[in-house]
Design a protein around this ligand. Sequence first.
Ligand code: 3Y8
Ligand code: NAP
Length: 248
Amino acid sequence: MRVLLLGGTTEASQLAQALHSARIETVFSYAGRTNAPIAQPVDVRIGGFGGADGLATYLKNERISHVVDATHPFANTMGQNAYRACSTHGTPLLRLARPAWRAQADDKWIHVPDITGARDALPADPCRVFLAIGRMHVDLFAARPEHHYLLRLVDAPQTQITLPDHHVTVARGPFNVAEDIALMQEHRITHVIAKNAGGSGAVAKIDAARALGLQVVMIDRPLRPDIAETANIETVLAWLNHDAERGV
Ligand code: 3Y8
Ligand code: NAP
């Protein structure tokens, strides 16, 4: 048995520990989006595969018997590629995904379908936005230069940020509520834009917004392939052991 673990989330790192403890041969895969990804207790590979075809070739050449997609709910291309490659190659595939966050009684959420929708949901009057969606889509907000943006990035930006009125804070999660409350108060934040990542690593800003009575613009998750999915690591181990007992 040789498992390819598509990682980049808190749950993927937790699963890597469990697979290492269970002595299941595993390769942990990062896209290579950050300068210094967290170390793992199993073999690590970094970088794209070259699309679904490249991944199918990888599965064959590396004798991968099982794939676990533990990528982020917004890592939609990787999820689609894993589904296509595993279907082509007949490799068992299971998704490890954390449940989406649900608004609580005193939350002030606006739901939008995507990042452009989040930008367009901002008010006409200038406001102060905590933009905690990473680096990839910041340029989209240049169309709304009237707002102040607090950007939280994993790595210091290598290229010019195209927002006239912004402040960058470099931090890698998981984050905590008290620090996110202090951060938002310090920057007089009025709105938070977030992806519905689920899980514990990014929820601090949601809890902080609730405590401060701030508006949250919540980007709903994209649709993902209809495959077997679980939220807990024990189920992944049972899925693998079931096949191990059958000699897969
Ligand atoms: C490279 C691996 C672990 C993993 C930790 C989780 C928690 C902290 C919260 C905020 C939100 C955001 C962002 C975020 C969180 C965890 C988890 C999670 C959100 C690392 C990591 C990689 C990435 C990629 C990075 C994206 C960006 C997204 C920042 C490692 C730290 C905003 C998503 O600079 C860039 O290009 C960053 C890109 C994809 C979203 C984006 O589109 O910009 N994650 N994040 C993975 C790879 O190379 O394959 O560097 O160690 C992993 C984690 N990020 O093991 O503890 O599990 O969700 N990551 C979001 O959820 O909104 C930050 O600031 O409040
Ligand atoms: P994406 O848009 O779905 O993927 C874009 C391309 O990046 C993929 O086609 C693939 O390249 C490569 N890739 C993505 N994840 C990979 C992995 N784990 N191993 C090897 N290659 C990978 O992905 P993304 O949204 O940019 O996210 C990239 C990584 O950051 C993922 O591992 C994800 O779990 C992590 N992450 C993302 C977010 C987020 O908000 N999107 C949040 C936290 C963590 P090829 O086509 O060349 O194979």
